[in-house]
Structure formats: C-alpha cells, structure tokens
Ligand binder design. Structure first.
Ligand code: ADP
Ligand code: MG
Length: 254
C-alpha cells in the first residue's frame, strides 16, 4: 500500500533577495497509515515550518508532499480547504479555542460547519469528550477550564470528524506534567484504537517517547531517526541520548 504521506525534497526559503532564510534545506520522509511520528530538533530548526507545509497553511519553495498519492502543494484554494476539513485535525500549543463558545460548542464546530445533524453531533461529542476525559466540563467556557482541560477540548475538536491525520505542534508546551501525561496517553490510545496517523512536533523527550518513531531535524535536514523498541522508558533514554549527541542539553531543544 502506498504511504499516507510522502515528503519529497522539501525546501523552504523565507524572504527575498539578500534577506533570505533557509528554514528547510532538504527533507525527505514517508509516513504510513497508523504511524505516530514525532519531529524533534533545536529551536529554529524548521519543525513548525515543516508542519505548516504538511498542513497546507504554508507552501514550500521546492519539493512535493503527497497525501494518498496526491500532491497537496499543487492544490488550488478551494480544493485545499476541502482537503484540510476532511483529512486533517490540528492541535496547537496555545489551544486555539473560541472564547465565546462553550467547550461543547467548540468541539461541535467542525461538525456543525459540515451540516451534520444535532443528534449525531450529540453522540459524537459524548464519544470524543469521554475519550479525552472532559465529559463533565462540556458546559464550561474556555476561561473556566484549566490548561489541560482546554488542550483536551482542542484535541476532542481535532478528532471529531475522524480525520486520517492529526497534526500537533508542541501540544504539551503549555501544560503541566500531569496534564501532559493525560493528553499524551489519550493520543497514543487514539493511535492504537482508531489507527489514526499522528505527526507531532515537540521539544520534549517525554512527549516524544509516547510516539513510535522520532525524526530529528538539524540544519534543515533529517539528521537521525529512532524507532521505538519494547518499552517507552527505553525509548525515552535513547531519545535523550540522541539529543545529547546532537550537541545540546534537553533544554535548548525547543
Ligand atoms: P522551529 O519550529 O523548529 O523552532 P521554525 O520552523 O519556526 O522553527 O523556524 C525555522 C527558521 O525559519 C527560523 O530560523 C525562523 O526564524 C525562520 N522563519 C520561520 N517563519 C518565518 C517567516 N514567516 N519569515 C521568515 N523567517 C521565518
Ligand atoms: Mg516551532
């Protein structure tokens, strides 16, 4: 079967003429259906740039990104918004919830926008809210929720249309360790039980250890890859060792 995602010779240069910045030199990798991959690398190494191109928020300077065999970098605006709506769920570091809507309304939004009926919306909301353990907080507004509850609300919204691909940019970046662990476990469960493909950018070795493969970006290239073995603990140690060998402390990988 062809991979869900094929990233080929991807290059991104920001700016023009003398004021250019090469964010990505050349990135090549593939992701199969059901994979859970973390992208790690030092601050400024192009992690967010890569994610933004896969999510079609930004376009590359060179190269292609095939999703199910179709080059999404060549899609026109209309097709792009359909593509994003149907196939991709986003989770951002700063949650991106709408303050004027309750948790429930925030989660319902993607379904309501696609014309799904109220009964089905109710049952889907209960299902995803239960998965992320926020079923008792659905009536609250974002300002009444903790950081962890906000991020679990955002995650529930991201998966409510059952997208094939979840893209997460530092999803635990603003969370305490308990909330991080809860969110990471829920995402890993989702990957296991629904076979949802997940690509997560993170600077945190602990977060990355919940995924099954880590790609390290350095100087705009994929510098190394580690694949999970038997245990998360052992995976975590190998990720920490790789960070150290890349020449930094865990702290300056951000
Ligand atoms: P990371 O997420 O790994 O910290 P980014 O992808 O945000 O890194 O940034 C990679 C590089 O590209 C950095 O040097 C950054 O300054 C630069 N960059 C990112 N976005 C822009 C932009 N819109 N315009 C110019 N340079 C940018
Ligand atoms: Mg970033």
């Amino acid at each position: 079967m062809q991979p869900l995602l094929q990233v080929n010779h991807l290059r991104k240069i920001y700016g023009q003429k003398s004021a250019t910045c090469t964010a990505l030199e050349r990135i090549d990798f593939t992701m199969n259906r059901g994979e859970y991959v973390s992208i790690m690398g030092p601050s400024g190494s192009g992690k967010t740039t890569l994610l933004n191109m896969v999510s079609t928020i930004d376009s590359p300077s060179f190269g292609s990104i095939l999703y199910d065999g179709v080059d999404i970098t060549q899609m026109k605006t209309r097709a792009l918004s359909d593509f994003r709506r149907v196939n991709i769920g986003f989770i951002f570091q700063d949650f991106n919830l709408l303050d004027s809507l309750s948790a429930k309304e925030n989660i319902a939004l993607p379904l309501a926008l696609s014309g799904v009926g109220p009964k089905e919306i109710e049952s889907r909301i209960l299902e995803v809210a239960t998965h992320f353990g926020i079923e008792d907080h659905l009536h609250k507004y974002p300002y009444q929720l903790s950081g962890g509850q906000k991020q679990r609300t955002a995650a529930a919204r991201a998966i409510i249309r059952s997208p094939k691909l979840i893209l997460a940019d530092e999803p635990t970046g603003a969370l305490d360790s308990k909330s991080s662990a809860d969110l990471l476990q829920s995402l890993a469960d989702l990957n296991e039980s629904q076979n949802t493909t997940i690509m997560m950018v993170t600077h945190d070795a602990y977060a990355a250890s919940f995924s099954k493969r880590v790609l390290f970006i350095k100087d705009g290239l994929i510098h190394a890859e580690i694949i999970k073995g038997h245990s998360r603990k052992e995976f975590y140690q190998r990720i920490m060792d790789m960070i150290a060998s890349l020449g930094g402390s865990a702290d300056d990988i951000a």
